[in-house]
Ligand binder design. Structure first.
Ligand SMILES: Nc1nc2c(c(=O)[nH]1)N=C([C@H](O)[C@@H](O)CO)CN2
Length: 122
């Protein structure tokens, strides 16, 4: 299976469980992998024959400003649904990473896969 990916996309948003997090904006790092038939675009050299990763990145940024979030799970779920709805792909994997300060600088987050993987058996 071919993929198109985005790694290390920084999305600024208001997100968190705690009240102090309601007063600040934080950066999420978003990594996306989506199924794509890259051979077709490689032959045609036409961006219309593939998933435009710049457009995907714009949508993920837009989700960050569209609303406040409580859980990273919620942002990841909405991001996956948006990609499956708006782009020509049957499957997406998204990792959303948040850097938290306590007890040390630690990366936490979620990874989800949604849709049907083209290589999956019936
Ligand atoms: N599974 C999750 N656990 C936690 C989340 C979350 O989004 N998903 N969020 C927090 C806090 O907002 C934390 O990130 C503040 O540092 C705690 N646990």
């Amino acid at each position: 299976m071919d993929t198109v990916f985005i790694r290390g996309l920084r999305v600024e948003t208001r997100i968190g469980v705690y009240s102090w997090e309601r007063r600040i904006r934080q950066i999420l790092r978003v990594d996306v992998e989506l199924a794509s038939d890259n051979a077709r675009a490689a032959t045609s050299e036409d961006i219309a024959d593939t998933v435009n990763y710049a457009e995907v990145a714009d949508r993920l940024h837009a989700l960050g400003v569209a609303q406040d979030w409580t859980l990273v799970e919620s942002y990841a779920e909405r991001a996956a649904a948006t990609i499956l709805d708006e782009f020509d792909t049957p499957w997406v994997r998204i990792a959303v990473t948040k850097e938290v300060r306590l007890p040390q600088r630690t990366e936490v987050g979620v990874v989800i896969e949604r849709g049907r993987h083209p290589g999956a058996s019936a």
